[in-house]
Design a binder for this molecule. Structure first.
Ligand SMILES: Cc1ncc(COP(=O)(O)O)c(C=O)c1O
Length: 432
């Protein structure tokens, strides 16, 4: 096979850096020496401006669960676009989407539709503060909830690779307590401290950490979080921006059988269209303006195009849930088991974490159970692995602090090609 080249992307990146800071519109998209540019995408594939076809395990950082350019979603969206794309008045489809979500999401008696994951988490924290009349929040090291002031301390995703906290007032982050994941004693200690006594409004947690590689909750951990928060009048927020509708139709909440007080969703909800939502019980959700006094507003919230995409996505997922979720899990297991065999044959110090349609590989011989264990892995080898895989037409997210995703469109041939690519990449990664 001819060596893959990204010459056109290099030219485009040179142009981009002159007019866009760092050449990208989200820091996670940058990698050395320059990112590739994409012209189109279909199913499990990305088509770059250089003419390369890549099997995509990034999938819009987990958004495109049904694969790129899903035709059923696309057809509905085009139909809606002909009827208008922004009214800023209520529409019947918003009601339909909210009704659908209350049937699917375990904690949802009401939902408020927004645009991005960050909006949803930011407003859920504000809601929790108002509901409890308390000020502090607990988040976890390596947990990523969006690019806003009070959740960026020891955050995951691109923020894990570098300290990106410039411009944030100490005061605005001073009510955030950041603690290690998977250690329930630390949660207990923090709650019982005199200075926090009766002032913790909420705990916000990704039920599966998906922005610091992939870190799974240990047995009973989420359950214990649920019990502790209930006992102490603390609102438990599941940030399901990644796990929602992906781990199961009802997200991590359904998967683990735990009902938080509030849950936030985005990504898979619109299969790539910008839409998010906050879900919770009637009492908490009624705190939102105009019925309550927690202000949340947005020009584009509930726009008919994104709502249409979400309605169709949820319709497909609901109709086909008995085939879709087992299928993606089988593909993921097959890939991960094969990589585990390769690693064991080659006696490499490599760990793999996986759940449902998500997986990640770490260069370490230690168990990956929190932010510190991910931070201590050999990231240089990971970066080499990334580059070698890319040369073999496999695109995984360009950082060990991200997660790889499988869509319903990844077929057996994709998985076999990917296994072959990992096999040869893992043979050369140490001396690349
Ligand atoms: C778990 C989680 N929460 C929140 C966000 C923020 O979402 P957005 O980038 O749409 O603002 C992300 C983004 O990756 C995420 O993974």
């Amino acid at each position: 096979m001819a060596d893959i080249n990204f010459n056109q992307s290099r030219h485009l990146f040179e142009r981009a850096t002159k007019v866009i800071p760092g050449g990208v519109n989200s820091p996670v998209r940058y990698f050395q020496p320059y990112p590739f540019f994409v012209e189109s995408a279909n199913g499990s594939k990305l088509f770059t401006n250089d003419g390369n076809v890549l099997i995509d395990y990034c999938l819009g950082y987990g958004s495109v669960f049904l694969g790129h350019g899903n035709q059923e979603v696309g057809t509905e969206v085009k139909y809606q676009m002909d009827k208008g794309n922004l009214f800023c008045t209520p529409t019947e489809k918003e009601v339909q989407l909210a009704e659908t979500c209350t049937k699917i999401i375990p904690c949802a008696e009401m939902v408020r539709i927004m645009n991005t994951g960050a909006e949803a988490t930011m407003h859920s924290i504000r809601l929790a503060r108002s509901f409890t009349n308390k000020t502090k929040l607990i988040k976890f090291e390596g947990g990523y909830h969006g690019a806003f002031d009070y959740v960026l301390n020891k955050a995951g995703s691109a923020a894990a690779a570098k300290d990106y906290t410039d411009g944030i007032l100490t005061e605005s982050a001073s009510k955030t307590i950041t603690i290690p994941f998977n250690d329930i004693e630390v949660v207990q200690d923090i709650i019982s401290k005199r200075e926090n006594h009766n002032d913790i409004a909420c705990i916000i947690v990704e039920p599966v950490l998906a922005n610091t590689g992939l870190v799974l909750p240990e047995k009973e951990y989420l359950n214990s979080l649920r019990n502790i928060t209930k006992e102490n009048g603390i609102v438990l927020i599941f940030d399901e921006v990644v796990t929602g509708f992906r781990l199961a139709l009802g997200g991590a909440s359904e998967f683990f059988g735990i009902k938080p007080d509030i849950a936030t969703f985005a990504k898979t909800l619109g299969n790539g269209y910008p839409i998010s939502l906050v879900a919770g019980n009637r009492e908490i959700m009624s705190g939102l303006a105009p019925c309550g006094s927690v202000y949340q507003a947005s020009t584009f919230a509930g726009n008919p195009v994104s709502v249409t995409a979400a309605l169709k996505t949820l319709e497909i997922l609901t109709k086909e849930k008995n085939t879709i979720y087992p299928k993606v899990a089988i593909s993921c297991d097959k890939l991960v088991d094969a990589i585990r065999d390769i690693v064991s044959d080659k006696q490499l110090d490599v760990m793999l974490n996986s759940i449902g349609s998500m997986f990640q590989l770490f260069f370490t011989n230690k168990l990956i159970r929190d932010y510190d264990s991910v931070k201590s892995t050999d990231t240089e080898s990971f970066n080499k692995l990334f580059r070698i895989l890319l040369k073999k037409n496999i695109f995984i997210p360009p950082s060990p602090y991200e997660t790889c995703f499988i869509s319903t469109m990844h077929n057996e041939e994709d998985i076999e090609k990917t296994i072959d690519a990992y096999e040869s990449a893992l043979s050369t990664v140490r001396d690349f």
